[in-house]
Design a protein around this ligand. Structure first.
Ligand SMILES: Cc1cc2nc3c(=O)[nH]c(=O)nc-3n(C[C@H](O)[C@H](O)[C@H](O)COP(=O)(O)OP(=O)(O)OC[C@H]3O[C@@H](n4cnc5c(N)ncnc54)[C@H](O)[C@@H]3O)c2cc1C
Ligand code: SF4
Length: 329
C-alpha cells in the first residue's frame, strides 16, 4: 500500500491551488476509475483532492436554450434530469447504458470525461504499453485487440475511449469548461480529445493543473435523438460499438444530422463525412447505409476487429431509420 494524502476542496480556486501545490496530486470525483487504477498501480498519486463538494452540482438552462451541467453532477442525476430526457434523449440513453446503477450514482461528469481506456495491457504492469509508459511499445497490435480501434488509430496505440456519455456529448457539440491558476477556459469537445498520433499518453487538450467545472450543451439540434450501444452482455459491459445521432427531417429530406461513434477510436468519433453525405438528401435506409460507408471508408481494422466495420454500418442504419420514423409520425 502506498501512502497518499487526502484533501476535500470546497471551492474551485482551492481545488486549483491544491492541484498546483503537488505534481503528484490527482482530482477525485466518484473514484470509480481512479481508485481502480490506483489498486492496479497504474496511478500513484501522492495527494487526492476530492471535488465532490465543489459547488458544481447544478444543471441549469442557458439563455440560448441549451443546458449548463456542473462537473460534479452524478451520471444518475444527469440521466434523470427532465430537460436532458426531453431535449437530449440520446444523452440520457447513453448514460443509462453505462456501468451499473451504483456506479452511475458515484460517477461524475468530469470523471466520466477523463476515464481511461479499458485496454487490458494498459492496466497490466507486467506488459509494455505506450499509453502508460511512453516508448515501451503496443502489444495490442499483434495481441488482443478484438475491442480496439478501427478509426483514427496509430502504430503507437489502438485503444478506444470507453465513455458512452462522451459520445452523446460529441453529437451535441458540447463545450467543456475548466479553471486553472491563470483563469477559466473552454474547449469544444472535438478539440478536448486529442488525436492519438505518437503521444497516446496525452489524451486531452486540458491544460496542466485544470479542474473541469462543467459542460455546456447548445440548444438541441433536432427534436429526435437516440443512442444505441452494442456490447457483449445485455448490461454492465462497455460498448464494442455505439452510435449517438440526432436527425431533423423536412419534407422527407435531411435538414440537419449529428452523428458520433463510440468504441471505435481513441476518442469519441464525430462522423462528419457521414453527416455531409446525408445533409440535403433523402432520409431513407439506402442513404443511411451510403453515409455510413462514406465514414467507414477510412477504417483500418486489425486482423481481429474487422467485425466493427459491419457492426457500425448496421448501427448507423438502425438508429437513423428509427429517428426518421419518429420524425415522420
Ligand atoms: C465495472 C465498471 C463498468 C463500467 N461500465 C461503463 C460503461 O459501460 N460505460 C461507460 O461510459 N463507463 C463505464 N464505466 C466507467 C465509469 O463511467 C467511470 O469510471 C466514471 O464515469 C468515472 O467517473 P468518476 O467521477 O468516478 O471519476 P474518477 O475515477 O473520480 O476520476 C477519473 C479521472 O477524472 C479526473 N477528474 C475527476 N473529476 C475531475 C474534474 N472535475 N476535473 C478534472 N479532472 C477530474 C480524475 O483525476 C481521474 O483522472 C464503468 C466502470 C466500472 C468500474
Ligand atoms: S492499445 Fe494503447 S493502451 Fe493498449 S497496449 Fe497499446 S498503447 Fe497501451
Amino acid at each position: 500500500m502506498r501512502e497518499f494524502g487526502y484533501e476535500r476542496a470546497h471551492d474551485v480556486a482551492g481545488a486549483v491551488a491544491l492541484l498546483c501545490s503537488d505534481p503528484g496530486a490527482r482530482l477525485l470525483g466518484g473514484g470509480s476509475n481512479l481508485v481502480d487504477l490506483m489498486k492496479a498501480g497504474v496511478e500513484r498519486p501522492t495527494l487526492l483532492i476530492d471535488v465532490q463538494e465543489l459547488p458544481l452540482d447544478g444543471i441549469e438552462s442557458t439563455p440560448e436554450g441549451g443546458l449548463r451541467i456542473g462537473a460534479t453532477v452524478s451520471n444518475s442525476d444527469l440521466a434523470a434530469h427532465p430537460d436532458v430526457r426531453r431535449h437530449y434523449p440520446a444523452l440520457a440513453q447513453a448514460l443509462l447504458a453505462g456501468a451499473s446503477g451504483q456506479l452511475r450514482n458515484m460517477a461524475t461528469v468530469g470523471g466520466n470525461l477523463l476515464q481511461r481506456t479499458r485496454c487490458g495491457y494498459f492496466a497490466d504492469l507486467s506488459k509494455p504499453c505506450n499509453k502508460r509508459t511512453p516508448g515501451s511499445g503496443c502489444p495490442a497490435i499483434a495481441g488482443e485487440h478484438r475491442n480496439h480501434a478501427v478509426l483514427g488509430a496509430s502504430e503507437h496505440c489502438v485503444a478506444t475511449h470507453p465513455s458512452d456519455m462522451a459520445v452523446a456529448l460529441t453529437a451535441f457539440d458540447a463545450v467543456i469548461s475548466y479553471e486553472t491558476a491563470e483563469g477559466p477556459g473552454d474547449l469544444p469537445i472535438d478539440a478536448f480529445y486529442l488525436p492519438v498520433g505518437d503521444t497516446p499518453h496525452i489524451e486531452t487538450a486540458l491544460p496542466a493543473g485544470a479542474v473541469i467545472t462543467g459542460v455546456t450543451l447548445p440548444p438541441a439540434p433536432a427534436a429526435y435523438s437516440h443512442y444505441r450501444k452494442a456490447r457483449e452482455r445485455a448490461s454492465y459491459a462497455f460498448a464494442i460499438g455505439s452510435v449517438a445521432a440526432a436527425l431533423d427531417v423536412h419534407d422527407g429530406a435531411v435538414h440537419d444530422v449529428r452523428l458520433a461513434f463510440g468504441a471505435v477510436a481513441s476518442r469519441p468519433w464525430r462522423a462528419r463525412a457521414a453527416e455531409r453525405a446525408l445533409t440535403g438528401g433523402p432520409a431513407d435506409a439506402d442513404a443511411f447505409a451510403a453515409a455510413a460507408d462514406a465514414e467507414l471508408a477510412a477504417a483500418q481494422p486489425l486482423p481481429g476487429n474487422g467485425y466493427k466495420v459491419t457492426l457500425m454500418r448496421n448501427l448507423v442504419v438502425a438508429v437513423l431509420t428509427r429517428l426518421a420514423e419518429e420524425a415522420a409520425r
